[in-house]
Design a protein around this ligand. Sequence first.
Ligand SMILES: [Zn+2]
Length: 277
Amino acid sequence: MNNVIAITAFQDNYIWMLTSEKAPDKNSEQSVIIIDPGDARPVLEYLHSHHLIPAAIFITHQCYDHVGGIKAILDQYTQYTIPVYGPATEIVPCMTHPVKQGDIITINPTGPNNEECHFQVLDVPGHTAGHVAYFQQGAPGRLFCGDTLFAAGCGRLHTGLYSEMFHSLQKIAALPDDTLIYCAHEYTLANLKFACQLEPDNSDLQTRMAKTTQMRKLGQITIPSQLSEEKKTNPFLRCNTPAVTAAAKRYAEVAGLPQPSDATSVFRTVRDWKDRF
Ligand SMILES: [Zn+2]
């Protein structure tokens, strides 16, 4: 399964779908993996018009805009057994396969190129306490990471801890540099505006800002991004750099927060700053 389709939903959500080939064959049933279907309607419209059937549903975390469409999708395909994978410690409607760090998921899609495909589960708590991500190995690999790492940003902390989110982002940073990051929201431009406040002299950031501004003007999707680009421009992956550390210290001073003393506390300060930005 090497073709990724973005379905837009709500204000700025992306529901990702993985299929085997670019042009589905009208004469055969081809299956698709659906990731975080918060809304059933746009997913069902796409499935029906492209003659696709769900092979599996993957859920990264329990927020409504990621799980709200599961039941209505399953209700349309009661003649099939469609597994629903999701975080073992969260409440996900219709979940059949609770997963956790280290689990390997194997999917056997139907269709003309019905190659078996594998995903590795990563625990990435922070946005929520049980959040997981799905890594598909390949050249390049793909990470479906929900609301953990965003393009040029990271998720807010709802039920997880700062230290958990920091370590989850470090875990993602340890994946191969060419990994494509499929996050669940189009927040890139707003995230870059914040990042430019922290690192006005970062030329990679300026380049990305110019490119992203142009893409959004044309109505283009800015996801996926490459992990290597995130490492150069995403402040939440740069909490150990002198520039981000210095910016966090300045902000802490002005905001009357404790001075950050290590990368985790720099992360916490930067996350607090972004929440108020
Ligand atoms: Zn969420």
